[in-house]
Design a protein around this ligand. Structure first.
Ligand SMILES: Nc1ncnc2c1ncn2[C@@H]1O[C@H](COP(=O)(O)OP(=O)(O)OP(=O)(O)O)[C@@H](O)[C@H]1O
Ligand SMILES: [Mg+2]
Length: 234
């Protein structure tokens, strides 16, 4: 079987599994988190098992985060499309990225005014955050992530350029595979870029990548003009 078909099958299987499991898991986690909150509220800080409950809550929150990612991946959560201000969305995503940015890295944002697409703001911000966290991870020895948003030939582009590790051709070939991560022992679930791809598909957009090992990577999110997106939605 060709590598491409195998990859497609893995993607489809992951999507189906992910959607089913994530939905149920999310419901159960809401119950677990709710009860842990109640227990923590009623117990004094001095209670012997207080720390254990806090640890349990932190772990359950991480699971809830993972199941949300799986839901995005399986496309269960339908995109809610509206005229969206890209400048505002990028500015908000920057605030979130600033919270997770290692101190040996910089984050620069440059946006042209008046950039609009038909989009789901939460999803687009999620895509920017996924790309941003990848960039920070790739810049182990420090560096700069530049985010630029601009219009070109009627299409809106968001570019995210890092000067981190870059990628070899063989790594680059696998990065959109669900569950593929080069650092699974370090918390990588390998779902970040599959989510970005699912999100861009939902917007009729494209992802581009330019990368040089040892020099860095530039991801491009490219959106069709609003009129085209509206026509496609009819
Ligand atoms: N900007 C980048 N520079 C270098 N390598 C990258 C970059 N972005 C992604 N990669 C590579 O692609 C792999 C897959 O990325 P992806 O975001 O899907 O998963 P992850 O970051 O490993 O885990 P997760 O995002 O689920 O926490 C990464 O493990 C990394 O090897
Ligand atoms: Mg990632």
């Amino acid at each position: 079987m060709s590598e491409q078909i195998q990859q497609m099958q893995r993607t489809l299987l992951a999507g189906t599994l992910a959607g089913g499991i994530a939905h149920d898991m999310n419901n159960q986690l809401t119950v677990i988190l709710g009860h842990l909150d109640i227990a923590l509220d009623h117990l004094p800080d001095s209670f012997d098992a207080f720390d254990s409950l806090e640890h349990a809550k932190a772990a359950a929150s991480r699971c809830a985060d993972l199941s949300r990612r799986l839901l995005y991946l399986s496309n269960r959560r339908r995109a809610v499309m509206a005229r969206m201000d890209v400048v505002e969305a990028v500015a908000e995503a920057k605030l979130m990225l600033d919270c997770v940015r290692p101190c040996n890295t910089h984050l620069k944002v440059e946006t042209e005014p008046d950039l609009f697409v038909l989009g789901d703001t939460t999803m687009i911000q999620q895509a920017i955050i996924n790309l941003g966290t990848n960039a920070f991870y790739a810049m182990k020895n420090g560096g700069t992530l530049e985010i630029r948003a601009y219009r070109e030939e009627g299409r809106v582009n968001i570019i995210m350029k890092d000067n981190g590790s870059g990628m070899t051709t063989s790594l680059r070939r696998r990065i959109y595979e669900p569950f593929f991560s080069t650092h699974p022992d370090d918390g990588g679930s390998g779902l970040g870029l599959s989510m970005v791809r699912t999100i861009m598909n939902a917007h009729g957009g494209l992802i581009g990548l330019d990368t040089v090992p040892g020099e860095g990577s530039t991801f491009l999110l490219n959106f069709p003009p609003i009129e085209e997106q509206e026509e496609a939605a009819l």
